[in-house]
Structure formats: C-alpha cells, structure tokens
Ligand binder design. Structure first.
Ligand code: SF4
Ligand code: SF4
Length: 339
C-alpha cells in the first residue's frame, strides 16, 4: 500500500523479532478483508515492511517524519519481540540502512505515538523468540513474560495516557487486531477495556473453552486419548482451553476454525510464558492422575468430585465417540414434543 498523506488514523507497523505470522494471519481476515476494514474505519496504513511499496530511504523518511511530527502517528503497531542483546545494545537487530538498533527506533516512535499496540504474544510478552536461553535477550514492549517492564518500562504511557495494548496471540486472530485498531480510530478505547495483562477485554474476558464443540465430552470427562479422537482434550492431550483467555471458539477464525475444532489442544498462546510450559504441548501433565491445570475458578476438590461423578454417568454414545475419529454411536431419536 502506498503511503498516503490523506487525513485519517495513521498506523505505522514495524516488525521485530518474530516470524511475521501475525501479519500473515491479518491478511487472511475474511469479512471484512484487511484493506476493506482499514478503509471503512478511515485508517491510513502509513507503512508496513511487507505490504508497502516504499523501502530504503523512502521508508525511513516516513519513520523520521513520525518522530519529528511532520506526520501525526496515531498508532504504532509492533509485531515481534524486541531484541535487547548483546549487553543491552540492541545490535542483534539493526534497522537496515540506519546504523541504529530497532529498539531505539521503537523507543523513539513510542514516545510520540498516540497509541502503542503490541501485535502478537512476542511483542506483548516476549513469546517464542524469548524461549529457552533467550540469547538475544528478547522481551515484550511493556512486559517480560508476566513481569511488567519490558523494553518501554512499567511506567510507559503513550500520548493517549494508555499503556501498551497487548493484542496477544500466536498468531493473533485477525479480528482482534482489526477491532482494536478500529476502536482506537473511533476513540472508543479506554483503560478499563484492557485486562490485568494489557489485553483488550473484548476478547480476553472469554475463555477458549466457551463454545468449544467438544463441550459435551468435557461435561462427562469423556476424553480423547490420541490425535484425531473426538473427545475433550483436557485430560490427556494438553488442552488448556478452560484457563486461557481468548474467544477462539465463539469468534471462529475466518468464520469457521479454531485450534480445538481442528483437533489441536489449546496451548495458551495468548498467555505470557506459553512458549515454555515445562511439558510437551500435546500432553497433559498430571499428579496422581489428576491434571495439573484445572479449570479457572474451580477448586480442585470440586473438580475431582465432579469428574468422578460425570465419568460414572457418561452415556455410552459420548464414551465411545470420545475415542473415535468419527461418530460411531448416534444420538437416540426421541419424541421431543411437549405433552
Ligand atoms: S477440548 Fe479444551 S476447550 Fe474443548 S471442551 Fe475440552 S477443555 Fe474445553
Ligand atoms: S485456541 Fe488457544 S492456542 Fe489456539 S489460537 Fe486460541 S488461544 Fe491460541
């Protein structure tokens, strides 16, 4: 998209230490499509490293114009974690042609931006790039894992007075990004609309478990035992959907999909530290046969009592279908008319 000088809500997008998956996800937005949504909301994409035609000096002029105020910057979007190494210099990631580390550009742009948005879990909390020994000293914009701080510091506020808005997800759902930008552009976003980890509450006040098509299996603790089984994946297959803040199953991806609908456990990609769960992603860790990660808000004793009661009451249909890759026992047909 060419840089336009038209009036509107100016968004500048930078990519740092990440895979570019959040941009790829955004381009898969279906209704409305990415460009259609921007246009409808009067959002002007000043520059994006993969989508804009400007490169080299032209692109740098746009960045510099934002810093010196010639172009008003309304939202700085950063995708990917910020690489502070080696030894805090940031020289592991130089912005080509500038002799300056990317973290210095981000600091300078965040200082003038009306809003600052972390797109994806890498930019929000460090994410996959910060996993393991973290040799590049990767961090999020305002969090390092679940610790406030990150590159910009706990006290950072954009010109609007808001902290960094963490549109966490790996990758992000296209509509989480679009809805955030549209709300910001319409001046409909206030501090009370982000949760304790900086995520927009419109999606982070939900759990992935809400609307999962495997809920009947969950109710009876009828569990999948291997990939492709239809049952609930919490007990054996690593699903954390009962604890994870996101609306993936009530706002299906591209209108129809989600991890659990596709047969994959929710691995908590919207949460800080998801990249290092301490166990294989597709295996549920247990102590004495009881899953370690129990549903949010449910005391362990209740869960154990409920699970054993539900297991003893599991209908044959639910029990057998849970460990099959297609429906093997169909629901009984009954007269449903009220008498
Ligand atoms: S598979 Fe996960 S999200 Fe779906 S019902 Fe089971 S625990 Fe919930
Ligand atoms: S279902 Fe879980 S792992 Fe998958 S995108 Fe949603 S929050 Fe991330």
């Amino acid at each position: 998209m060419a840089h336009s000088k038209k009036a509107g809500f100016n968004v500048l997008w930078l990519q740092s230490g990440g895979c570019g998956g959040c941009s790829m996800s955004l381009l898969c937005a279906d209704t409305p499509d990415f460009y259609g949504a921007l246009e409808a909301a009067d959002i002007n994409l000043l520059w994006h490293p993969s989508l804009s035609i400007e490169s080299g000096a032209e692109a740098l002029r746009i960045l510099q114009s934002c810093i010196d105020g010639t172009i008003p910057l309304h939202a700085l979007c950063v995708e990917g974690s910020l690489l502070r190494g080696p030894n805090g210099t940031g020289r592991f990631h130089m912005l080509a042609g500038t002799g300056k580390p990317m973290i210095d550009w981000v600091r300078a742009l965040a200082a003038v931006s009306l809003h600052t948005v972390a797109v994806g879990t890498c930019a929000a909390y460090g994410g996959i790039t910060a996993a393991g020994g973290n040799p590049t000293d990767a961090t999020g914009l305002q969090y390092d894992g679940d610790q406030i701080g990150g590159l910009l510091g706990a006290g950072y506020r954009s010109r609007s007075g808001l902290p960094v808005i963490n549109v966490a997800g790996c990758p992000t759902h296209p509509n989480w990004v679009l809805e955030t930008l549209m709300a910001l552009a319409a001046d409909l976003f206030a501090e009370g609309q982000i949760d304790a980890l900086g995520r927009p509450r419109f999606y982070a006040d939900h759990l992935v478990h809400h609307g999962c098509t495997r809920n009947e299996f969950y109710e009876f603790k009828a569990s999948a035992e291997k990939p492709s089984d239809l049952g609930c994946m919490m007990e054996h297959m690593g699903c954390k959907g009962t604890q994870v803040h996101a609306d993936c199953n009530t706002r299906p991806w591209n209108g129809e999909g989600s991890c659990t609908r596709g047969g994959y456990a929710c691995i908590a990609c919207t949460e800080p530290g998801f990249e290092e769960p301490g166990h294989a992603f597709q295996v549920t860790p247990k102590i004495a046969g009881i899953p370690i990660g129990l549903p949010t808000d449910m005391p362990k004793a209740w869960f154990v009592a409920l699970a054993s009661l539900s297991k003893s009451a599991t209908p044959k249909r639910v029990r057998e279908n849970a460990v099959a890759d297609h429906i093997v026992v169909v629901p009984a047909i009954r007269k449903t008319r009220l008498k």
